[in-house]
Design a protein around this ligand. Structure first.
Ligand SMILES: O=C[C@H](O)[C@H](O)[C@H](O)COP(=O)(O)O
Length: 273
């Protein structure tokens, strides 16, 4: 029987997740971050498959209601990031992405989780991204064209939409809830999501938007996060994950399940900070 494209995507997610867990979950680790989305389901499956001999000494930190349920349903030990002592770190965190560029900048938040994801990813010594082949991209905004997800305080949403248009976003919109349910989608944190499409974002620090050019990831992210009422943005950017232990928003590695059954692993250049 021919494999449907939906099956191919699921198989790819699974491949990436199992390989990432094999490479990055050491049996000595005790604190592990678990992100959100459909690819992370396979991360939890791969971890649970290791059995209690390996996982009983581990504690798992979710990034929202979905991953909390995943952890509990798999019989893994659940703990919350607010219980992590100041200065303590997770050994590793796994999470998905909506788009990944050549420098491992990410767009996240397609499933309305991003704020807690950023807190958990940056609390980890190593953040590892898992995805399928559709997420590979040379520039953010090329394959994920729905816009950058931005988590906002509801009362500030109209003003933020105006600011985003001013910065060059093309038709930013408040994300609607489920079909048949009127009103905006509400995040795990009681916020709304605005999806803000921008032309494809170059990587790096130089910004020439004032001369009619386009934004770079870092320049746009630095502007968006400063808009009053913005709680967090779905751009994971800045120093690469090999440069800083904990605090990095970018992964130390991104795993992509490919359509041909292989796994492509992208890592950042190991340049000094
Ligand atoms: O809001 C959702 C999260 O950022 C997800 O990690 C992201 O959307 C990728 O999800 P999926 O693995 O379902 O493609």
């Amino acid at each position: 029987m021919a494999t449907s494209s939906a099956q191919l995507v699921e198989t790819s997610k699974r491949l990436a997740a199992y390989q990432a867990v094999k490479d990055y979950l050491l049996p000595t680790y005790t604190r592990i971050g678990i992100g959100s989305g459909s690819t992370v389901v396979y991360v939890v499956e791969a971890i649970a498959a290791l059995g209690p001999v390996v996982t009983a000494s581990m504690t798992f930190y979710p990034t929202g209601a979905q991953s909390e349920e995943l952890i509990e349903a798999a019989g893994l030990n659940l703990q919350y990031i607010n219980k992590l002592a100041p200065g303590d770190q997770l050994d590793v965190a796994f999470d998905g992405a909506d788009e990944v560029d050549d420098d491992l900048n990410l767009i996240k938040g397609g499933g309305a989780c991003l704020w807690q994801e950023k807190i958990v990813a940056t609390a980890a010594k190593q953040f590892v991204c898992v995805a399928d082949f559709r997420k590979l991209s040379s520039q953010l905004g090329t394959s994920w064209t729905k816009g950058i997800p931005i988590e906002v305080l509801p009362m500030a949403a109209p003003r933020i939409l105006g600011e985003l248009k001013h910065l060059g976003s093309i038709n930013p919109k408040i994300r609607e809830g489920l079909p048949g349910k009127a009103g905006a989608i509400v995040t795990d944190n009681g916020m709304w999501i605005i999806d803000a499409p921008f032309p494809p974002l170059a990587s790096g620090k130089d910004c020439n938007v004032d001369e009619g050019g386009s934004w770079t990831v870092d320049a746009l992210a630095d502007r968006l996060i400063k808009i009053p009422g913005v709680a967090e943005i779905g751009l994971f950017y800045g120093k690469n994950g090999l440069q800083v232990q904990s605090g990095a928003q970018k992964p130390v590695a991104a795993y992509f399940g490919m359509a041909d059954g292989t796994v492509k692993i992208k890592t950042p250049p190991s340049t000094k900070a």
